[in-house]
Design a binder for this molecule. Structure first.
Ligand SMILES: [Fe+2]
Length: 164
């Protein structure tokens, strides 16, 4: 049975659980994306983001330990769908540059989804007076934005290489 959702605090905790599930799913998906990536810069970007993602999982665990709660018990179906889209691309028999472009597109959808979720979580943490949590969520938000920008730069450099 679903837990009661009466306050913003309840909604906030629920969102953090959702983000936790999203990150845990991503920890499993990123090594596969790194393997499927053809260009070495894209492989490296996925591997680096895997390390960052592990740190993001720990941040959410820290927030919950301060609240004496557990982040477990929810499945982020949004991330499940985005990862499914990524694995559909990986199953395609695509040219290397086409595969990479598809993987970058899938990964950027993931980053935008996370940026939306963390932006809300940070705003609610501030509203609820959870200053330490807000700071941790801000750190993750910045990492997700940088990861997104890095993917844009990689995509642009690949297009430029193609053009030459
Ligand atoms: Fe993340």
């Amino acid at each position: 049975m679903a837990a009661k959702m009466q306050t913003l605090e309840d909604l906030y905790m629920d969102l953090l659980k959702d983000l936790y599930s999203a990150e845990k799913q991503l920890v499993k998906a990123l090594p596969k994306m790194a393997k499927a990536a053809q260009a070495s810069d894209l492989q490296r970007a996925f591997q680096e983001h895997l390390k960052q993602t592990e740190g993001q999982v720990e941040r959410i665990e820290r927030i919950f330990s301060d609240l004496d709660g557990s982040p477990r018990g929810k499945k982020c179906v949004g991330m499940e769908g985005l990862i499914e889209e990524g694995s559909e691309i990986m199953q395609e028999d695509a040219e290397p540059e086409v595969m990479d472009a598809g993987l970058i597109a899938a990964a950027q959808k993931v980053e935008h989804y996370e940026i939306a979720g963390y932006g809300t979580a940070r705003a609610w943490a501030e509203q609820l007076g959870h200053r330490d949590a807000a700071r941790l969520l801000q750190q993750t938000l910045e990492e997700e934005s940088m990861a997104n920008e890095k993917l844009t730069r990689i995509a642009e450099s690949h297009v430029n290489m193609e053009a030459r």
